[in-house]
Each structure stands twice: as structure tokens, then as C-alpha cells.
Write a protein that binds this ligand. Structure first.
Ligand code: CA
Length: 227
């Protein structure tokens, strides 16, 4: 069982590591929000213990970014900010549970166990942007609850845009990562543009706000609201 502990206070982080290792958890510690976000995006964890007050990007920002990307790893928020407002905000943002410092270690372990148990029966992994939803297991896509039929290539293209939302994606990148074409004499630009146009008709034509944007001279960006 692998747990990521995100805590900037060395003493607290060490105590959590020792305690959890004593319970036979595999523990990885990150002290900053940026470090944590990178780990969460690149490695698998069964649960994340997330302190809210961190230098740089704080815990709620990390949580929001995780959920926007469709990362479903169970998150237990740890915080000294024991106000009701933060608690509600944390849960709104996608925390699975919440523990106010100081807490008893036994309580923490019980919460992690419950979280991991729930996490295992969690629904299929999904990617979302606004009211656009993509289920990666059933391969179903819906916008505003209305099913959208996509070809295999359109699905792959949309999946790529969703996984890189809020980032500019160039035609070159799409040719390499979606079409897997690296050594072509003629670029795939026209093919890509045709697919983007089709995706737009299916995703963006009937319901606003627009999600697929053209970034002139650079490429495309999937994003809620103008880039
Ligand atoms: Ca802290």
C-alpha cells in the first residue's frame, strides 16, 4: 500500500512517515505543492495525505488540479485550519475525507484504511472539462449529459486534449502522440485540422461554452473559457 504524504513541516512529515511505515505502508514524502503534483501525475498511490498550508501552490490548488485532470486517488486532507469554511471548501474541491490537526495517529490510520477501501470500488476513471465527460473504461463521452459518438481517432484526440487541458498542444505534438507519426515527409496538419473540426462539431456545436480553442500559429487548447 503506497501513500504520498504532502507536508511541509519536517517534524510532522517525519512523524507521519515513521508511523505509517510502522503500519507497513510504503511512504513517499513531498514538502511542496509542486513536488506533490508532479508525483501524483507520474506515480501510482493508493492514498494521498494532503496538508492544506504549503509553500507555493497550496493543498486546495493541488486537489483542484488533480480532480480537473480526472485523477481519482483518494485524498485525506490534513489541516490546522479547523474552520468550517475550509472544511466545506476542501470537500467541495474533491477531498475524500478531512482530518483536523492535531489528531490521534490511530484515527489517521483508520481513516486511511477506510479511504483505500472506498477507493478500490470507486467508479471508472474519467476525464472531465466543464460538462464534458469521458469514461476511459466504457469509452463513452457525453457533453451536458448528452452522449457523443466518436470514432476511435476522435476519441484518442479528445483524450489527449483532456489530459493536457489548459495547455497549448501543437499539431506536431498531436502527430507524434496521437497519430504516432514521427518521420513523415508531408506533415499531418490537414488531417489533424479535419479531425479537430469534426470534434468541434460533435463537442462544441450544440452547447456552450466552447471547449476546443485554436491558438493562432501554435495549435489548440482544450479549456473552459477563453485561453
Ligand atoms: Ca503546513
Amino acid at each position: 500500500m503506497r501513500v504520498l504524504v504532502v507536508e511541509d513541516e519536517q517534524k510532522v512529515a517525519n512523524a507521519l512517515r515513521e508511523g505509517l511505515e510502522g503500519e507497513r505502508y510504503d511512504v513517499v514524502v513531498e514538502h511542496t505543492g509542486e513536488g506533490a503534483f508532479f508525483r501524483i501525475n507520474t506515480e501510482e498511490f493508493d492514498a494521498v495525505l494532503l496538508d492544506l498550508t504549503l509553500p507555493g501552490r497550496d493543498g486546495l490548488e493541488i486537489l483542484e488540479a488533480m480532480r480537473e485532470r480526472g485523477l481519482k486517488t483518494p485524498v485525506l486532507v490534513l489541516t490546522a485550519r479547523d474552520t468550517l469554511e475550509d472544511r466545506v471548501k476542501g470537500l467541495d474541491t474533491g477531498a475524500d475525507d478531512y482530518l483536523v490537526k492535531p489528531f490521534a495517529f490511530a484515527e489517521l490510520v483508520a481513516r486511511i484504511r477506510a479511504l483505500v477501501r472506498r477507493g478500490r470500488v470507486a467508479e471508472a476513471p474519467r476525464l472531465t472539462a466543464g460538462d464534458l465527460e469521458m469514461d476511459l473504461i466504457t469509452r463513452k463521452v457525453a457533453r451536458g449529459g448528452r452522449p457523443v459518438e466518436l470514432t476511435v481517432r476522435e476519441f484518442e484526440l479528445l483524450e489527449y486534449l483532456l489530459r493536457h487541458q489548459d495547455q497549448v498542444v501543437s499539431r506536431e505534438t498531436l502527430a507524434r502522440d496521437v497519430w504516432k507519426e514521427t518521420a513523415r515527409t508531408t506533415p499531418l496538419d490537414n488531417v489533424i485540422d479535419v479531425h479537430i473540426a469534426r470534434l468541434r462539431r460533435k463537442i462544441d456545436a450544440e452547447q456552450g461554452p466552447k471547449l476546443i480553442h485554436t491558438v493562432r500559429g501554435v495549435g489548440f487548447m482544450l479549456r473552459e473559457g477563453e485561453p
